[in-house]
Every structure is written in structure tokens, then in C-alpha cells.
Design a protein around this ligand. Sequence first.
Ligand SMILES: Cc1cc2nc3c(=O)[nH]c(=O)nc-3n(C[C@H](O)[C@H](O)[C@H](O)COP(=O)(O)O)c2cc1C
Length: 220
Amino acid sequence: MEVFQAIDSRKSIRGFKSTPVPTSLINQVFTAANRTPSYANSQPWEVAVVMGSKRDELSEKIYGLASSNAPINPDFEIPKNWPPAIEQRTKDHGARRFKALNIERDDAESRNALRLMNFKFFDAPCAVFFFMDGALNSWSSTDVGMYIHSVSLCAHALGLGTCLQASLAYYPEAVRQVLGISSTKKLLLGLSLGYPDWEVPLNSYTSTRMNLDEYLRIYN
Ligand SMILES: Cc1cc2nc3c(=O)[nH]c(=O)nc-3n(C[C@H](O)[C@H](O)[C@H](O)COP(=O)(O)O)c2cc1C
């Protein structure tokens, strides 16, 4: 798939078929993403691909925490006090998504069910967790962010779907414990990976974007 088309047609997938993802395809995705650029070629990403019984064990653990409303404790602080224009975009996104799903503003039960689907990886057979060493700073998280985008684009180009999920980083201790990862490794983000199920209503939602003239300045 051509790069312009891949960027334009990728979207978050929030409903997957149970069909397993062949290891050969996983290798293809990560072999391609391996060429992602990074500061001084530092390549700070550390990645866990979780399938099978480990996937189920991990989902059960974090779903249990999320459904009992255990306090979240992400390694990287969740943004607070957004600048107003940015906060408005996040609100518009939430409102559009709920509207597309016919979920009313005061329907706390449906909203909570939607939140909890994150911790079941939206039924994807595969979850991916991105870590970096705790000694690193935001320069490296920029690199890992670019790496994650490479993964989601390459997966998409191969007919797979992804949903990048901050929520999968809400309980990092539990993730490290299940995967046997050192506490010196900080969890940045998780994603669900699998074949999109286009019958799932959530997948019919398409997000909007700003117009270029809202943020782009060209000087010449
Ligand atoms: C850093 C990051 C964290 C995200 N966390 C979540 C999440 O926890 N749950 C979720 O359903 N979507 C999550 N998303 C997906 C965004 O909502 C989505 O990318 C955005 O609305 C644009 O929609 P699109 O991906 O369909 O183009 C996250 C995306 C990013 C980049």
C-alpha cells in the first residue's frame, strides 16, 4: 500500500475477529517498523507482543483492576489542564463517538462498558505493549511514538487493524508483573492488533481532523 493511502485510510479499530494473527505477519510488521528513525539512532523502544494464554491472563488482570475502578497509576502522567482549544477537540471527539453509537450523555452504563472494552483489547487476539527505559526522557518517548505509528501503518498495510490505547498503560505494574518485565522499564502505550471486524458498530466511526490553516504556518 502506498504511504499516502496508508496514512489516509488507517483508523482506530475497536472490534476484532478472533482469527489469530500469523507470526509471519507479526514479523513482517515489526521488521518494517524496525527502520523507524530515532534521536541519534538510539532506538529506545522495547516491545512485548502478547497472544494466546498470556494475552488472556493479562486481559483478565487489567480488566479486573479497571472494572473494580482500581486507581490508575500510569508511568507517565496523564495530561491535565489542556489548553482550551485542545480540550475542546477531545470533548468533540468523545461526543461524536458516543453520538455515532447512539449512547446518550447520561448513559453511564454504556459509557463504562465502552471504557472496559479497552481492557479486553476490543477482542483482538493480540496486544502489543511499548516500553522504554525509565532513565530516558521525552526525546525518547517521541521516538517510541514514531515507532508505534510505524507499527500501526505497517499493520494496516497488511490488512490488520490497530487501536493505540493509553488505557493499556494505566496499570503498568500489573502488565510488568504478568510479562515478567523489570520495573526500570516504563510503559508508554499499548495497542490491540488483529483482523478488523467490520460488523462491529464502533468500527464505522471515523474521526475528524483540523483544517491545515488552523495550525500550519508556511514561511518563505
Ligand atoms: C497516545 C494515544 C492514546 C490513545 N488511547 C486510546 C484509548 O485508551 N482507547 C481508545 O479507544 N482509543 C485511544 N486512542 C485512539 C484515539 O482516540 C484515536 O487515534 C483518535 O481519536 C483519532 O482517530 P483514528 O485513530 O481513528 O484516526 C489513543 C490514541 C493515541 C495516539
